[in-house]
Design a protein around this ligand. Structure first.
Ligand SMILES: Cc1ncc(CN)c(N)n1
Length: 248
């Protein structure tokens, strides 16, 4: 409601400058440069860009990634609740709709194309990286600290944009590969990453220690997640072989 007693809140101060060198988020990324570079040049990324990634690896990766939805929405919910401006709250609400919409339908179509059944999805255990991500999303959300929540959210989106924007064009022919790249490198997503950076540049100094620590741990989890997608491939192959063995 807006009236004389409840004026529409406005942004705290002058608009934040465009994110760039010298800001809080730039320093955060420079602080984890080796781990960041390892993630954006990971074997998973290179094979995805080339369209050569094994179906088993992609399937295992997507099974794990789809597990994020609930905890990730909690993290975005934390951002909505803790943001200090109505404009930011609105932006996160829009993002929540995108994650629950376009991204979720991509997963279901990809599972169909890769022949991943619902029972396989359900019987596949979480990898340690997935467990770690679910925990850090909830941990950050529970802090109710806008800067801490932004730090985790920024890694998951900025790092993904960074590898996606390196993809050579044209994109791979399989929609499973091309859409996963495009979901993380399109004008709306780029604008969202810029928004996250501007927000954390603006509020990061309020709890720099906690934000930095969460940022670093999330980058490590991104590497673990890619690494363990290849472990998952071995796990699925093992299950497949054991199934065949049992039928003999
Ligand atoms: C592991 C991981 N990190 C980031 C994103 C991009 N939201 C993702 N889908 N999965």
């Amino acid at each position: 409601m807006t009236d004389a007693h409840h004026p529409t809140p406005t942004t705290a101060s002058a608009p934040a400058p465009a994110p760039g060198e010298g800001g809080f988020t730039h320093a955060l990324r420079e602080g984890v440069r080796p781990a960041w570079d390892r993630a954006v040049d990971h074997r998973f990324v290179r094979e995805l860009h080339a369209g050569t990634i094994a179906d088993d690896v992609m399937a295992g990766y997507l099974i794990q990634d789809h597990r994020f939805l609930d905890a990730f929405l909690q993290l975005i919910g934390g951002a909505i609740a803790s943001a200090d401006t109505p404009a930011a709250r609105l932006r996160f609400a829009t993002f929540a709709g995108e994650v629950a919409g376009d991204e979720n339908t991509y997963f279901l179509r990809a599972f169909d194309a890769l022949g991943v059944s619902e029972s396989e999805r359900e019987s596949t255990p979480d990898t340690p990286a997935t467990t770690g991500f679910l925990a850090i999303f909830r941990e950050a959300a529970e802090t109710s600290d806008y800067a801490a929540i932004l730090a985790v959210l920024l890694v998951t989106e900025w790092l993904y944009w960074d590898w996606a924007q390196r993809a050579p064009r044209p994109l791979p022919t399989s929609f499973v590969h091309a859409e996963w790249i495009d979901l993380h490198d399109n004008p709306d997503f780029v604008e969202f990453v810029d928004f996250l950076r501007s927000e954390l540049d603006r509020v990061g100094e309020s709890s720099p220690q906690r934000a930095r620590e969460l940022f670093e741990r999330t980058v490590d989890l991104e590497n673990d997640f890619f690494d363990q997608s290849y472990g998952e491939e071995q796990h699925r192959e093992r299950q497949h072989d054991e199934g065949q063995e049992a039928r003999r």
